[in-house]
Write a protein that binds this ligand. Structure first.
Ligand SMILES: *[C@@H]1O[C@H](CO)[C@@H](O)[C@H](O)[C@H]1NC(C)=O
Ligand SMILES: *[C@@H]1O[C@H](CO)[C@@H](O)[C@H](O)[C@H]1NC(C)=O
Length: 228
């Protein structure tokens, strides 16, 4: 009986450990998400999130996510912390202007300076419509604008990149110019581990992995993420 109890306590402890690294991201398309949904996610073991701050396609239509302020504060009040944000850069808009505008709105909504990072989403050859050299220059401007406005977040890194080898290669022609930024990669193998990682873009190790695509849960939709 004592042994069984110990096994139970030990398994609960392990479960807690594995749950402690569960996170999710969700996009503009989830709209307004209420605190009950985030409390449900918290009960399911989710402890951090990444929310879309700016849409980026089709090119020229990108805009701030008007739900992020409310969603951010609802998630934090449910115990989900930290909550990072991601920007889908819009190649059809001025790179500095769009990032400036989005980060200004994030400040107004009190979303930044809470132990959180800004991730730049690099995917979709149909959206990154420049040549590789142009796309590289565009991303440099996007990142330098973000750094000028948010380099003092108090973390080791304030800006990161979301991509994958299959996206980075055609859009950026395998440049290694951004490898000093942390990489969050996508591989929908539902495997919370980096064992599948393969080097690309000069990155030799990731910091986060998106392990599932859109999944219905708790009255909203999430992608599942893993970080150690
Ligand atoms: C952001 O925009 C404001 C207002 O137009 C401007 O004063 C500021 O210099 C811009 N910052 C960057 C980093 O582009
Ligand atoms: C929260 O949102 C979910 C999904 O839209 C909905 O089913 C639920 O009734 C809402 N709860 C509250 C308290 O508004």
């Amino acid at each position: 009986m004592v042994a069984l109890t110990l096994v139970f306590v030990f398994s609960a402890f392990c479960l807690q450990l594995s749950l402690a690294t569960s996170g999710f991201d969700h996009s503009y398309y989830q709209g307004a998400v209420n605190t009950s949904s985030y409390e449900c996610l918290f009960s399911g073991g989710y402890r951090y999130a990444i929310m879309q701050a700016q849409t980026g396609h089709p090119p020229g239509t990108g805009h701030y996510n008007p739900y992020i302020g409310e969603n951010y504060h609802n998630a934090v009040s449910a115990g989900i912390y930290p909550v990072d944000v991601y920007i889908f850069p819009d190649y059809g808009l001025d790179p500095a202007g769009q990032v400036n505008s989005t980060i200004t709105s994030l400040f107004e909504d009190d979303v930044l300076y809470h132990d959180n990072m800004i991730w730049m989403d690099v995917e979709g050859t149909e959206y990154w419509i420049g040549t590789c050299d142009e796309n590289i220059q565009f991303l440099h401007t996007v990142i330098s604008t973000a750094e000028a406005m948010y380099s003092d977040c108090g973390l080791k890194y304030c800006i990161g990149i979301y991509s994958s080898a299959s996206q980075w290669s055609p859009i950026m022609c395998d440049t290694t110019e951004f490898s000093s930024y942390p990489i969050w990669y996508a591989h929908y193998d539902n495997n919370p581990s980096f064992s599948d990682w393969k080097n690309f873009g000069g990155w030799t190790s990731p910091v986060m992995k998106q392990i599932t695509g859109t999944t219905d849960l708790c009255g909203t939709q999430i992608d599942n993420d893993y970080r150690p």
